[in-house]
Design a binder for this molecule. Structure first.
Ligand code: C5P
Length: 205
């Protein structure tokens, strides 16, 4: 059983995917982390994230990099969104995601193109979304909690910029699969979002 969880930045899809995986006892892959590792590796190589060959070279990142807390930073998120535009980068990361999805017991994957490109045959597809304002506010609260001082407006602009890049890229743009269940979490808190997602999965099975 494959469960695909897609959605824009800060929609809550990561939290939801993790909770679904725990609930159904399935392994979980945050595919955004792979693109973040490529973004970070480009930086370590002193390459240009907008240059396809620099970005492709960075897909050869060491596995330890996936555990580096710097991958969670806003800066690395921005780099990830730039390297993820290149088709050669997406192709290089494809097999790794497929192998995870094809595990015999099933898997939960979250990202942007799981239900459309990586695992279009997934038994369950969720598309988690929320308004720009709600997503920016959540990220701001999370950062303020980590004592990172950044104006809300700046985060909102970053969310909009990332949405634009993810939605408008030619290869595997962010979009809901036609058979995805759309979960709008704008007015739901974390627990209610998770409960709604689990309910949607149970209905789809
Ligand atoms: O989900 P997260 O914010 O960690 O993803 C970082 C960036 O990686 C996204 O903005 C997106 O551009 C890219 N990404 C992607 N396809 C995925 C997962 C992430 O293009 N499956």
């Amino acid at each position: 059983m494959i469960i695909a969880v897609d959605g824009p930045t800060a929609s809550g899809k990561g939290t939801i995917a993790k909770a679904i995986a725990a609930h159904f006892g399935l392994p979980h892959l945050d595919t955004g982390l792979l693109y973040r590792a490529v973004g970070r590796q480009v930086q370590l190589n002193e390459g240009d994230p907008d240059n396809p060959s620099d970005a492709l070279a960075a897909t050869d990142f060491p596995d330890e990099l996936l555990h580096d807390p710097i991958l969670r930073s806003e800066e690395t998120g921005g780099l990830a969104s730039r390297v993820s535009v290149h088709p050669e980068v997406r192709r290089a990361l494809f097999e790794r995601q497929r192998a995870f999805a094809e595990q015999p017991g099933g898997a939960v994957l979250d990202g942007r193109d799981i239900g459309t490109v990586i695992a279009p045959e997934a038994e369950v597809k969720l598309f988690v979304t929320a308004s720009v304002e709600a997503r920016a506010m959540r990220r701001w609260l999370e950062m303020t909690g980590r004592e990172i001082d950044i104006p809300l407006m700046e985060i909102e602009e970053d969310v909009i910029r990332r949405d634009e890049r993810d939605i408008n890229r030619k290869d595997a743009p962010l979009k809901a699969a036609p058979d995805a269940y759309i979960l709008d979490t704008t007015s739901l808190d974390k627990d209610r979002s998770i409960a709604a997602a689990i309910e949607a999965v149970e209905k789809a099975l």
